[in-house]
Ligand binder design. Structure first.
Ligand code: FAD
Ligand code: NAD
Length: 475
Protein backbone atom coordinates (compact mmCIF):
# COMPACT_ATOMS: atom_id res chain seq x y z
CA UNK A 1 0.00 0.00 0.00
CA UNK A 2 1.76 3.16 -1.13
CA UNK A 3 -0.46 6.07 -0.12
CA UNK A 4 -3.43 6.85 2.09
CA UNK A 5 -5.98 9.64 1.68
CA UNK A 6 -9.00 10.75 3.67
CA UNK A 7 -10.99 10.76 0.44
CA UNK A 8 -10.35 9.25 -2.99
CA UNK A 9 -12.65 10.42 -5.79
CA UNK A 10 -12.84 8.36 -9.00
CA UNK A 11 -13.90 10.61 -11.88
CA UNK A 12 -12.97 14.23 -12.54
CA UNK A 13 -16.19 15.48 -14.17
CA UNK A 14 -18.47 18.11 -12.58
CA UNK A 15 -19.63 15.63 -9.93
CA UNK A 16 -16.17 14.29 -9.05
CA UNK A 17 -13.93 17.34 -9.18
CA UNK A 18 -16.42 19.37 -7.16
CA UNK A 19 -16.61 16.61 -4.52
CA UNK A 20 -12.80 16.61 -4.36
CA UNK A 21 -12.53 20.38 -3.94
CA UNK A 22 -15.24 20.50 -1.27
CA UNK A 23 -13.60 17.62 0.64
CA UNK A 24 -10.28 19.49 0.54
CA UNK A 25 -12.04 22.63 1.82
CA UNK A 26 -12.93 20.55 4.88
CA UNK A 27 -9.22 20.04 5.48
CA UNK A 28 -9.13 16.44 4.30
CA UNK A 29 -6.38 14.89 2.18
CA UNK A 30 -7.90 14.14 -1.22
CA UNK A 31 -6.98 12.44 -4.48
CA UNK A 32 -9.06 12.76 -7.65
CA UNK A 33 -8.43 10.11 -10.32
CA UNK A 34 -9.49 10.73 -13.91
CA UNK A 35 -8.75 8.96 -17.18
CA UNK A 36 -10.49 11.23 -19.74
CA UNK A 37 -8.51 11.43 -22.96
CA UNK A 38 -9.31 13.88 -25.72
CA UNK A 39 -9.01 13.14 -29.43
CA UNK A 40 -5.58 14.74 -29.52
CA UNK A 41 -4.48 12.05 -27.04
CA UNK A 42 -4.19 14.55 -24.19
CA UNK A 43 -5.72 13.88 -20.80
CA UNK A 44 -7.96 16.54 -19.27
CA UNK A 45 -10.06 16.89 -16.14
CA UNK A 46 -13.66 18.07 -16.52
CA UNK A 47 -15.30 14.88 -17.83
CA UNK A 48 -18.04 14.85 -20.42
CA UNK A 49 -19.33 18.26 -19.37
CA UNK A 50 -16.24 20.27 -20.17
CA UNK A 51 -14.69 18.14 -22.89
CA UNK A 52 -17.60 16.80 -24.92
CA UNK A 53 -20.86 18.08 -23.47
CA UNK A 54 -22.18 21.24 -21.85
CA UNK A 55 -19.34 23.59 -22.70
CA UNK A 56 -18.44 22.72 -26.33
CA UNK A 57 -22.13 22.44 -27.23
CA UNK A 58 -22.87 25.87 -25.77
CA UNK A 59 -19.88 27.37 -27.62
CA UNK A 60 -21.26 26.06 -30.93
CA UNK A 61 -24.82 27.09 -30.05
CA UNK A 62 -23.58 30.64 -29.42
CA UNK A 63 -21.55 30.87 -32.65
CA UNK A 64 -24.31 29.40 -34.80
CA UNK A 65 -26.95 31.61 -33.17
CA UNK A 66 -24.91 34.74 -33.89
CA UNK A 67 -24.50 33.63 -37.50
CA UNK A 68 -28.24 32.96 -37.77
CA UNK A 69 -29.12 36.34 -36.30
CA UNK A 70 -26.67 38.13 -38.55
CA UNK A 71 -28.19 36.50 -41.62
CA UNK A 72 -31.86 36.55 -40.59
CA UNK A 73 -32.40 39.34 -38.08
CA UNK A 74 -29.89 42.16 -38.43
CA UNK A 75 -31.69 43.67 -41.42
CA UNK A 76 -34.80 44.16 -39.23
CA UNK A 77 -32.69 46.43 -37.01
CA UNK A 78 -31.56 48.37 -40.07
CA UNK A 79 -28.12 46.79 -40.03
CA UNK A 80 -26.63 45.97 -43.44
CA UNK A 81 -23.90 43.41 -43.33
CA UNK A 82 -23.18 42.56 -46.92
CA UNK A 83 -22.38 38.91 -47.39
CA UNK A 84 -22.08 37.08 -44.08
CA UNK A 85 -20.21 33.81 -44.03
CA UNK A 86 -19.18 31.32 -41.38
CA UNK A 87 -15.71 29.82 -41.12
CA UNK A 88 -16.52 26.48 -39.44
CA UNK A 89 -12.85 25.67 -38.85
CA UNK A 90 -12.41 28.96 -36.96
CA UNK A 91 -15.62 28.36 -35.01
CA UNK A 92 -14.32 24.93 -34.00
CA UNK A 93 -10.94 26.40 -33.05
CA UNK A 94 -12.66 28.88 -30.73
CA UNK A 95 -14.67 26.06 -29.14
CA UNK A 96 -11.51 23.97 -28.63
CA UNK A 97 -9.77 26.94 -27.01
CA UNK A 98 -12.65 27.45 -24.56
CA UNK A 99 -12.53 23.75 -23.66
CA UNK A 100 -8.74 23.89 -23.20
CA UNK A 101 -8.94 26.98 -20.99
CA UNK A 102 -11.68 25.56 -18.79
CA UNK A 103 -10.26 22.06 -18.41
CA UNK A 104 -6.84 23.55 -17.67
CA UNK A 105 -8.62 25.75 -15.13
CA UNK A 106 -9.90 22.67 -13.30
CA UNK A 107 -6.41 21.22 -13.05
CA UNK A 108 -5.43 24.59 -11.55
CA UNK A 109 -8.37 24.57 -9.12
CA UNK A 110 -7.47 21.07 -7.90
CA UNK A 111 -3.90 22.12 -7.40
CA UNK A 112 -4.88 25.29 -5.53
CA UNK A 113 -7.15 23.23 -3.26
CA UNK A 114 -4.24 20.81 -2.66
CA UNK A 115 -6.15 17.93 -4.22
CA UNK A 116 -3.80 15.39 -5.76
CA UNK A 117 -4.96 15.05 -9.37
CA UNK A 118 -4.07 11.56 -10.58
CA UNK A 119 -4.28 10.82 -14.31
CA UNK A 120 -5.23 7.23 -15.04
CA UNK A 121 -7.73 4.55 -14.18
CA UNK A 122 -9.29 3.98 -10.76
CA UNK A 123 -10.86 0.74 -9.60
CA UNK A 124 -12.62 0.26 -6.29
CA UNK A 125 -11.42 -2.82 -4.39
CA UNK A 126 -12.80 -4.03 -1.06
CA UNK A 127 -12.59 -2.02 2.19
CA UNK A 128 -12.23 1.39 0.53
CA UNK A 129 -9.00 0.52 -1.23
CA UNK A 130 -8.57 1.92 -4.72
CA UNK A 131 -6.33 0.48 -7.39
CA UNK A 132 -4.81 3.31 -9.42
CA UNK A 133 -3.27 2.57 -12.82
CA UNK A 134 -1.56 5.70 -14.17
CA UNK A 135 -1.50 6.36 -17.92
CA UNK A 136 2.22 5.76 -17.60
CA UNK A 137 3.86 4.10 -14.63
CA UNK A 138 3.16 1.38 -12.12
CA UNK A 139 -0.19 0.40 -10.65
CA UNK A 140 -0.53 1.21 -6.96
CA UNK A 141 -3.17 0.67 -4.30
CA UNK A 142 -4.45 3.70 -2.40
CA UNK A 143 -6.14 3.46 0.98
CA UNK A 144 -9.08 5.79 1.55
CA UNK A 145 -11.17 6.79 4.55
CA UNK A 146 -14.04 7.37 2.12
CA UNK A 147 -14.45 6.92 -1.62
CA UNK A 148 -16.62 8.93 -4.00
CA UNK A 149 -17.47 7.24 -7.30
CA UNK A 150 -18.22 9.77 -10.07
CA UNK A 151 -17.60 7.82 -13.25
CA UNK A 152 -20.28 9.53 -15.33
CA UNK A 153 -22.10 8.25 -18.37
CA UNK A 154 -21.61 7.40 -22.03
CA UNK A 155 -23.89 7.55 -25.10
CA UNK A 156 -26.30 4.68 -25.69
CA UNK A 157 -25.32 2.87 -28.88
CA UNK A 158 -28.03 1.28 -31.01
CA UNK A 159 -27.06 -2.10 -32.47
CA UNK A 160 -29.12 -1.25 -35.54
CA UNK A 161 -27.17 2.01 -36.03
CA UNK A 162 -23.68 1.29 -34.70
CA UNK A 163 -21.26 4.22 -34.48
CA UNK A 164 -18.51 4.20 -37.10
CA UNK A 165 -17.06 7.49 -35.86
CA UNK A 166 -17.22 9.01 -39.32
CA UNK A 167 -20.76 8.92 -40.73
CA UNK A 168 -22.77 7.49 -37.82
CA UNK A 169 -21.66 9.40 -34.77
CA UNK A 170 -22.53 10.16 -31.16
CA UNK A 171 -22.90 13.66 -29.68
CA UNK A 172 -19.13 14.09 -29.35
CA UNK A 173 -18.73 13.30 -33.06
CA UNK A 174 -21.46 15.84 -33.88
CA UNK A 175 -19.55 18.51 -31.94
CA UNK A 176 -16.50 17.92 -34.12
CA UNK A 177 -17.87 18.15 -37.69
CA UNK A 178 -15.43 20.09 -39.85
CA UNK A 179 -18.18 21.40 -42.11
CA UNK A 180 -21.95 21.46 -42.09
CA UNK A 181 -23.20 18.19 -43.60
CA UNK A 182 -25.56 18.85 -46.51
CA UNK A 183 -28.15 16.49 -45.08
CA UNK A 184 -27.97 15.57 -41.40
CA UNK A 185 -30.08 12.89 -39.74
CA UNK A 186 -30.55 12.83 -35.97
CA UNK A 187 -32.04 9.89 -34.09
CA UNK A 188 -33.79 11.20 -30.98
CA UNK A 189 -35.55 14.55 -30.48
CA UNK A 190 -34.26 14.82 -26.90
CA UNK A 191 -32.03 17.51 -25.46
CA UNK A 192 -28.96 16.60 -27.54
CA UNK A 193 -30.93 16.08 -30.76
CA UNK A 194 -32.53 19.52 -30.45
CA UNK A 195 -29.39 21.40 -29.38
CA UNK A 196 -27.03 19.87 -31.94
CA UNK A 197 -29.74 19.69 -34.61
CA UNK A 198 -30.20 23.45 -34.10
CA UNK A 199 -26.45 24.15 -34.40
CA UNK A 200 -26.09 22.46 -37.78
CA UNK A 201 -29.47 23.64 -39.05
CA UNK A 202 -28.37 27.24 -38.43
CA UNK A 203 -25.10 26.57 -40.23
CA UNK A 204 -26.89 25.35 -43.35
CA UNK A 205 -27.54 21.62 -42.93
CA UNK A 206 -30.87 20.19 -43.94
CA UNK A 207 -31.73 18.49 -40.61
CA UNK A 208 -34.21 15.63 -40.15
CA UNK A 209 -34.84 14.47 -36.57
CA UNK A 210 -36.43 11.05 -36.11
CA UNK A 211 -38.17 10.59 -32.75
CA UNK A 212 -39.71 7.27 -31.73
CA UNK A 213 -42.28 8.80 -29.36
CA UNK A 214 -45.50 10.38 -30.64
CA UNK A 215 -45.20 13.12 -28.05
CA UNK A 216 -42.62 15.90 -28.43
CA UNK A 217 -40.42 16.49 -25.33
CA UNK A 218 -42.48 14.18 -23.16
CA UNK A 219 -40.57 15.22 -20.01
CA UNK A 220 -41.59 18.89 -20.45
CA UNK A 221 -44.91 20.63 -19.85
CA UNK A 222 -46.85 19.75 -22.98
CA UNK A 223 -48.33 23.23 -23.55
CA UNK A 224 -44.83 24.67 -23.79
CA UNK A 225 -43.49 21.65 -25.68
CA UNK A 226 -46.14 22.25 -28.37
CA UNK A 227 -45.20 25.92 -28.52
CA UNK A 228 -41.49 25.08 -28.85
CA UNK A 229 -42.20 22.41 -31.47
CA UNK A 230 -44.02 24.96 -33.63
CA UNK A 231 -41.05 27.30 -33.44
CA UNK A 232 -38.46 24.61 -34.25
CA UNK A 233 -40.48 23.54 -37.29
CA UNK A 234 -40.68 27.16 -38.46
CA UNK A 235 -36.87 27.32 -38.18
CA UNK A 236 -36.63 24.48 -40.67
CA UNK A 237 -36.04 21.52 -38.35
CA UNK A 238 -37.84 18.55 -39.88
CA UNK A 239 -38.97 16.73 -36.71
CA UNK A 240 -40.69 13.43 -37.47
CA UNK A 241 -42.55 12.09 -34.43
CA UNK A 242 -43.58 8.45 -34.02
CA UNK A 243 -40.60 7.50 -36.21
CA UNK A 244 -38.78 4.43 -34.86
CA UNK A 245 -35.45 3.78 -36.55
CA UNK A 246 -35.02 0.13 -37.54
CA UNK A 247 -31.70 0.29 -39.38
CA UNK A 248 -28.90 2.64 -40.43
CA UNK A 249 -26.09 1.56 -42.72
CA UNK A 250 -23.17 3.40 -44.23
CA UNK A 251 -23.14 3.07 -48.00
CA UNK A 252 -20.30 4.92 -49.70
CA UNK A 253 -20.51 8.60 -48.72
CA UNK A 254 -24.07 8.28 -47.42
CA UNK A 255 -26.02 6.72 -44.58
CA UNK A 256 -29.17 4.82 -45.51
CA UNK A 257 -31.69 5.01 -42.66
CA UNK A 258 -34.83 2.94 -42.38
CA UNK A 259 -37.61 3.74 -39.94
CA UNK A 260 -41.27 3.00 -39.41
CA UNK A 261 -44.01 5.48 -38.67
CA UNK A 262 -47.81 5.44 -38.73
CA UNK A 263 -47.73 5.19 -42.54
CA UNK A 264 -45.42 2.15 -42.58
CA UNK A 265 -41.78 1.62 -43.61
CA UNK A 266 -39.82 4.72 -44.59
CA UNK A 267 -36.32 5.44 -45.91
CA UNK A 268 -34.03 8.38 -45.54
CA UNK A 269 -30.61 9.09 -47.04
CA UNK A 270 -28.30 11.43 -45.13
CA UNK A 271 -24.64 12.47 -45.24
CA UNK A 272 -24.17 12.03 -41.50
CA UNK A 273 -26.29 10.51 -38.77
CA UNK A 274 -26.14 11.55 -35.11
CA UNK A 275 -27.53 8.98 -32.71
CA UNK A 276 -28.72 10.76 -29.55
CA UNK A 277 -31.09 8.33 -27.84
CA UNK A 278 -29.92 8.83 -24.28
CA UNK A 279 -26.91 8.02 -22.12
CA UNK A 280 -26.12 5.10 -19.83
CA UNK A 281 -24.05 5.00 -16.66
CA UNK A 282 -20.36 4.33 -17.33
CA UNK A 283 -18.82 1.87 -14.88
CA UNK A 284 -16.47 -0.17 -17.10
CA UNK A 285 -13.60 -1.49 -14.99
CA UNK A 286 -14.71 0.60 -12.01
CA UNK A 287 -15.70 -2.06 -9.51
CA UNK A 288 -13.81 -5.16 -8.39
CA UNK A 289 -16.02 -8.20 -7.86
CA UNK A 290 -15.68 -7.82 -4.08
CA UNK A 291 -16.15 -4.01 -3.93
CA UNK A 292 -19.55 -4.46 -2.28
CA UNK A 293 -21.15 -1.82 -4.52
CA UNK A 294 -24.50 -2.80 -6.01
CA UNK A 295 -25.76 -1.77 -9.43
CA UNK A 296 -29.33 -1.91 -10.72
CA UNK A 297 -30.45 -3.72 -13.86
CA UNK A 298 -29.63 -0.66 -16.00
CA UNK A 299 -26.12 -0.35 -14.59
CA UNK A 300 -26.70 2.62 -12.27
CA UNK A 301 -24.88 2.43 -8.94
CA UNK A 302 -27.57 2.01 -6.30
CA UNK A 303 -27.53 4.84 -3.72
CA UNK A 304 -29.84 6.27 -1.09
CA UNK A 305 -30.98 9.91 -0.89
CA UNK A 306 -27.58 10.84 0.57
CA UNK A 307 -25.70 9.13 -2.29
CA UNK A 308 -24.42 6.37 -0.02
CA UNK A 309 -23.82 3.12 -1.92
CA UNK A 310 -24.21 -0.38 -0.51
CA UNK A 311 -20.50 -0.43 0.47
CA UNK A 312 -19.60 1.28 3.76
CA UNK A 313 -17.88 4.63 3.25
CA UNK A 314 -18.42 4.57 -0.52
CA UNK A 315 -20.56 7.32 -2.07
CA UNK A 316 -21.60 7.63 -5.72
CA UNK A 317 -22.66 10.86 -7.42
CA UNK A 318 -23.56 12.34 -10.82
CA UNK A 319 -24.59 10.54 -13.99
CA UNK A 320 -23.62 7.09 -12.66
CA UNK A 321 -26.53 7.21 -10.17
CA UNK A 322 -30.32 7.72 -10.47
CA UNK A 323 -31.84 11.10 -11.28
CA UNK A 324 -31.46 13.53 -14.16
CA UNK A 325 -28.14 13.41 -16.03
CA UNK A 326 -27.29 17.05 -15.47
CA UNK A 327 -23.98 18.64 -14.53
CA UNK A 328 -25.46 20.82 -11.77
CA UNK A 329 -27.27 17.83 -10.22
CA UNK A 330 -23.96 15.93 -10.13
CA UNK A 331 -22.05 18.86 -8.65
CA UNK A 332 -24.59 19.34 -5.85
CA UNK A 333 -24.39 15.63 -5.07
CA UNK A 334 -20.59 15.94 -4.99
CA UNK A 335 -20.87 18.78 -2.46
CA UNK A 336 -23.35 16.77 -0.38
CA UNK A 337 -21.13 13.67 -0.34
CA UNK A 338 -18.08 15.66 0.77
CA UNK A 339 -20.06 17.52 3.44
CA UNK A 340 -21.49 14.26 4.78
CA UNK A 341 -18.02 12.71 4.89
CA UNK A 342 -16.94 15.75 6.92
CA UNK A 343 -19.76 15.03 9.37
CA UNK A 344 -22.14 17.80 8.34
CA UNK A 345 -25.90 17.42 8.04
CA UNK A 346 -26.98 18.23 4.49
CA UNK A 347 -29.17 17.20 1.57
CA UNK A 348 -29.89 17.83 -2.11
CA UNK A 349 -33.39 19.11 -2.83
CA UNK A 350 -34.19 16.80 -5.75
CA UNK A 351 -37.63 18.40 -6.20
CA UNK A 352 -36.07 21.71 -7.26
CA UNK A 353 -33.51 20.92 -9.98
CA UNK A 354 -33.82 23.14 -13.05
CA UNK A 355 -33.65 21.77 -16.60
CA UNK A 356 -32.59 23.92 -19.54
CA UNK A 357 -32.50 23.21 -23.26
CA UNK A 358 -30.23 25.77 -24.91
CA UNK A 359 -32.05 26.10 -28.22
CA UNK A 360 -33.46 29.39 -29.54
CA UNK A 361 -35.81 30.03 -27.93
CA UNK A 362 -34.48 28.36 -24.82
CA UNK A 363 -36.67 26.00 -22.83
CA UNK A 364 -36.35 25.90 -19.05
CA UNK A 365 -38.39 24.45 -16.26
CA UNK A 366 -38.37 23.50 -12.61
CA UNK A 367 -40.81 21.51 -10.52
CA UNK A 368 -43.85 19.69 -11.85
CA UNK A 369 -45.48 19.90 -15.27
CA UNK A 370 -49.20 20.55 -15.50
CA UNK A 371 -49.66 16.92 -16.56
CA UNK A 372 -47.90 15.74 -13.38
CA UNK A 373 -49.88 18.06 -11.11
CA UNK A 374 -53.14 16.98 -12.75
CA UNK A 375 -52.22 13.31 -12.29
CA UNK A 376 -51.46 13.94 -8.60
CA UNK A 377 -55.05 15.05 -8.07
CA UNK A 378 -53.97 18.29 -6.36
CA UNK A 379 -56.16 21.34 -7.01
CA UNK A 380 -54.13 23.93 -8.90
CA UNK A 381 -54.24 27.23 -10.73
CA UNK A 382 -52.08 28.45 -13.61
CA UNK A 383 -51.01 31.77 -15.04
CA UNK A 384 -49.03 32.57 -18.17
CA UNK A 385 -47.55 35.56 -19.92
CA UNK A 386 -46.35 35.65 -23.53
CA UNK A 387 -43.03 37.28 -24.43
CA UNK A 388 -44.93 38.97 -27.29
CA UNK A 389 -46.31 41.31 -24.57
CA UNK A 390 -42.86 42.04 -23.09
CA UNK A 391 -41.31 45.36 -24.07
CA UNK A 392 -37.79 44.02 -23.54
CA UNK A 393 -38.45 40.92 -25.67
CA UNK A 394 -39.82 43.15 -28.43
CA UNK A 395 -36.70 45.34 -28.27
CA UNK A 396 -34.62 42.17 -28.53
CA UNK A 397 -36.69 40.93 -31.51
CA UNK A 398 -37.30 37.72 -29.53
CA UNK A 399 -40.99 37.58 -28.79
CA UNK A 400 -41.62 33.85 -29.21
CA UNK A 401 -42.65 31.83 -26.18
CA UNK A 402 -44.11 32.38 -22.75
CA UNK A 403 -43.79 31.89 -18.99
CA UNK A 404 -46.25 29.57 -17.27
CA UNK A 405 -46.60 29.16 -13.51
CA UNK A 406 -48.52 26.36 -11.83
CA UNK A 407 -49.50 26.94 -8.19
CA UNK A 408 -51.43 25.07 -5.52
CA UNK A 409 -55.03 26.20 -5.14
CA UNK A 410 -55.01 25.80 -1.35
CA UNK A 411 -51.75 27.30 -0.04
CA UNK A 412 -50.52 29.20 -3.14
CA UNK A 413 -47.26 27.20 -3.20
CA UNK A 414 -45.41 27.29 -6.53
CA UNK A 415 -45.51 23.76 -7.96
CA UNK A 416 -43.81 24.28 -11.32
CA UNK A 417 -42.54 27.01 -13.64
CA UNK A 418 -42.06 26.53 -17.37
CA UNK A 419 -40.44 28.99 -19.73
CA UNK A 420 -39.98 28.95 -23.49
CA UNK A 421 -38.31 32.12 -24.65
CA UNK A 422 -35.23 34.33 -24.68
CA UNK A 423 -32.76 33.68 -21.85
CA UNK A 424 -35.12 31.13 -20.28
CA UNK A 425 -32.09 29.37 -18.76
CA UNK A 426 -31.12 32.54 -16.89
CA UNK A 427 -34.68 33.51 -15.96
CA UNK A 428 -35.43 30.17 -14.33
CA UNK A 429 -32.95 30.87 -11.50
CA UNK A 430 -35.31 33.39 -9.90
CA UNK A 431 -38.05 30.81 -9.49
CA UNK A 432 -35.62 28.05 -8.50
CA UNK A 433 -34.58 30.26 -5.59
CA UNK A 434 -38.21 31.11 -4.82
CA UNK A 435 -39.12 27.41 -4.74
CA UNK A 436 -36.05 26.56 -2.66
CA UNK A 437 -37.30 29.09 -0.10
CA UNK A 438 -40.84 27.67 -0.46
CA UNK A 439 -42.11 31.04 -1.61
CA UNK A 440 -45.77 31.45 -2.47
CA UNK A 441 -46.96 32.84 -5.79
CA UNK A 442 -47.93 35.99 -3.89
CA UNK A 443 -44.28 36.41 -2.83
CA UNK A 444 -43.31 36.72 -6.51
CA UNK A 445 -46.30 39.00 -7.15
CA UNK A 446 -45.05 41.33 -4.39
CA UNK A 447 -41.42 41.28 -5.55
CA UNK A 448 -40.32 44.39 -7.44
CA UNK A 449 -38.97 43.47 -10.88
CA UNK A 450 -36.89 45.97 -12.85
CA UNK A 451 -38.40 47.46 -16.01
CA UNK A 452 -37.95 46.72 -18.85
CA UNK A 453 -36.61 43.23 -18.27
CA UNK A 454 -37.47 39.72 -19.43
CA UNK A 455 -37.98 38.84 -15.76
CA UNK A 456 -41.12 40.97 -15.77
CA UNK A 457 -42.69 38.09 -17.71
CA UNK A 458 -42.27 35.95 -14.58
CA UNK A 459 -43.83 38.69 -12.44
CA UNK A 460 -46.78 39.03 -14.83
CA UNK A 461 -47.25 35.24 -15.05
CA UNK A 462 -47.37 35.10 -11.24
CA UNK A 463 -50.03 37.83 -11.25
CA UNK A 464 -51.92 35.96 -13.97
CA UNK A 465 -52.18 32.94 -11.64
CA UNK A 466 -54.74 35.03 -9.66
CA UNK A 467 -56.15 36.84 -12.72
CA UNK A 468 -54.27 40.00 -11.75
CA UNK A 469 -51.93 40.41 -14.76
CA UNK A 470 -51.48 44.10 -15.50
CA UNK A 471 -49.93 44.11 -18.95
CA UNK A 472 -51.93 41.34 -20.58
CA UNK A 473 -55.66 40.68 -20.57
CA UNK A 474 -56.69 38.17 -17.89
CA UNK A 475 -58.65 35.18 -19.11
P1 FAD B 1 -18.76 12.94 -16.42
O1 FAD B 1 -18.79 14.37 -16.77
O2 FAD B 1 -19.07 11.95 -17.49
O3 FAD B 1 -17.31 12.65 -15.83
C1 FAD B 1 -16.90 11.37 -15.44
C2 FAD B 1 -15.39 11.33 -15.52
O4 FAD B 1 -14.95 10.15 -14.88
C3 FAD B 1 -14.85 11.27 -16.95
O5 FAD B 1 -13.78 12.15 -17.09
C4 FAD B 1 -14.38 9.82 -17.09
O6 FAD B 1 -13.30 9.68 -18.00
C5 FAD B 1 -13.94 9.54 -15.67
N1 FAD B 1 -13.91 8.11 -15.31
C6 FAD B 1 -14.89 7.20 -15.46
N2 FAD B 1 -14.52 6.01 -14.95
C7 FAD B 1 -13.25 6.18 -14.48
C8 FAD B 1 -12.32 5.32 -13.85
N3 FAD B 1 -12.65 4.06 -13.56
N4 FAD B 1 -11.11 5.82 -13.52
C9 FAD B 1 -10.79 7.10 -13.79
N5 FAD B 1 -11.64 7.97 -14.38
C10 FAD B 1 -12.85 7.51 -14.72
N6 FAD B 1 -25.69 18.89 -18.58
C11 FAD B 1 -26.09 20.10 -18.13
O7 FAD B 1 -26.39 20.23 -16.94
N7 FAD B 1 -26.14 21.18 -18.96
C12 FAD B 1 -25.82 21.08 -20.28
O8 FAD B 1 -25.89 22.07 -20.99
C13 FAD B 1 -25.41 19.82 -20.78
N8 FAD B 1 -25.07 19.69 -22.07
C14 FAD B 1 -24.64 18.46 -22.52
C15 FAD B 1 -24.32 18.35 -23.87
C16 FAD B 1 -23.89 17.13 -24.37
C17 FAD B 1 -23.53 17.01 -25.84
C18 FAD B 1 -23.76 16.02 -23.49
C19 FAD B 1 -23.26 14.70 -24.01
C20 FAD B 1 -24.08 16.13 -22.15
C21 FAD B 1 -24.54 17.36 -21.66
N9 FAD B 1 -24.92 17.52 -20.33
C22 FAD B 1 -25.35 18.73 -19.88
C23 FAD B 1 -24.83 16.41 -19.36
C24 FAD B 1 -23.55 16.55 -18.53
O9 FAD B 1 -22.44 16.55 -19.38
C25 FAD B 1 -23.45 15.41 -17.53
O10 FAD B 1 -24.63 15.38 -16.74
C26 FAD B 1 -22.26 15.60 -16.61
O11 FAD B 1 -21.06 15.68 -17.33
C27 FAD B 1 -22.18 14.46 -15.60
O12 FAD B 1 -21.10 14.68 -14.74
P2 FAD B 1 -20.33 13.49 -14.03
O13 FAD B 1 -19.21 14.11 -13.28
O14 FAD B 1 -21.29 12.62 -13.34
O15 FAD B 1 -19.75 12.59 -15.23
P1 NAD C 1 -32.77 12.23 -24.10
O1 NAD C 1 -33.24 11.21 -23.16
O2 NAD C 1 -32.94 13.68 -23.77
O3 NAD C 1 -33.49 12.02 -25.51
C1 NAD C 1 -33.41 10.83 -26.23
C2 NAD C 1 -34.58 10.78 -27.20
O4 NAD C 1 -34.36 9.71 -28.10
C3 NAD C 1 -35.92 10.53 -26.51
O5 NAD C 1 -36.85 11.50 -26.92
C4 NAD C 1 -36.29 9.13 -26.97
O6 NAD C 1 -37.69 8.95 -27.11
C5 NAD C 1 -35.60 9.06 -28.32
N1 NAD C 1 -35.32 7.70 -28.78
C6 NAD C 1 -34.84 6.65 -28.05
N2 NAD C 1 -34.65 5.57 -28.85
C7 NAD C 1 -35.02 5.95 -30.11
C8 NAD C 1 -35.04 5.30 -31.38
N3 NAD C 1 -34.65 4.02 -31.51
N4 NAD C 1 -35.48 5.97 -32.45
C9 NAD C 1 -35.86 7.28 -32.33
N5 NAD C 1 -35.85 7.95 -31.15
C10 NAD C 1 -35.44 7.31 -30.06
O7 NAD C 1 -31.25 11.86 -24.38
P2 NAD C 1 -30.10 12.68 -25.12
O8 NAD C 1 -30.65 13.79 -25.93
O9 NAD C 1 -29.26 11.64 -25.76
O10 NAD C 1 -29.30 13.30 -23.91
C11 NAD C 1 -28.69 12.45 -22.93
C12 NAD C 1 -28.60 13.11 -21.59
O11 NAD C 1 -27.70 14.20 -21.61
C13 NAD C 1 -29.94 13.63 -21.14
O12 NAD C 1 -30.35 12.93 -20.00
C14 NAD C 1 -29.74 15.07 -20.80
O13 NAD C 1 -30.18 15.34 -19.50
C15 NAD C 1 -28.24 15.29 -20.89
N6 NAD C 1 -28.05 16.54 -21.64
C16 NAD C 1 -28.45 17.70 -21.05
C17 NAD C 1 -28.35 18.89 -21.74
C18 NAD C 1 -28.82 20.15 -21.10
O14 NAD C 1 -28.98 20.17 -19.89
N7 NAD C 1 -29.02 21.24 -21.84
C19 NAD C 1 -27.85 18.91 -23.04
C20 NAD C 1 -27.47 17.71 -23.61
C21 NAD C 1 -27.57 16.53 -22.90
Amino acid sequence: MSKAFDVVVIGGGPAGYIAAIRAAQHGMSVACIDEWQNRDGKNAFGGTCLNAGCIPSKALLESSELYHRATHEFSKHGISTGDVSIDVAKMQKRKAQIVRQLTGGIAGLLKAAKVEGLVGHGKLLSDRKVEFTPTSGETEVLAAGSVVLASGSTPVELKIAAFDGERIVDSWGALEFESAPEKLGVVGAGVIGLELGSVWNRLGSDVVILEAMDEFLSMADQQLARDAHKQFVSQGLDIRLGAAVTSAKVSGQKVQVEYTDKDGDQQLEVDKLVVAVGRRPFTDGLLAADSGVQQDERGFIVVDDECRSSAKGVFAVGDCVRGPMLAHKGSEEGVMAADLIAGEVTEVNYAVIPSVIYTAPEIAWVGQTEEEVKASGKAYKTGSFPFAASGRAKAMEQTDGMVKIISAQDDDQILGVHIVGPMAGELISEVVLAMEFQASTEDIQRTVHAHPTLAEAIHEASLAVDNKALNYPNR
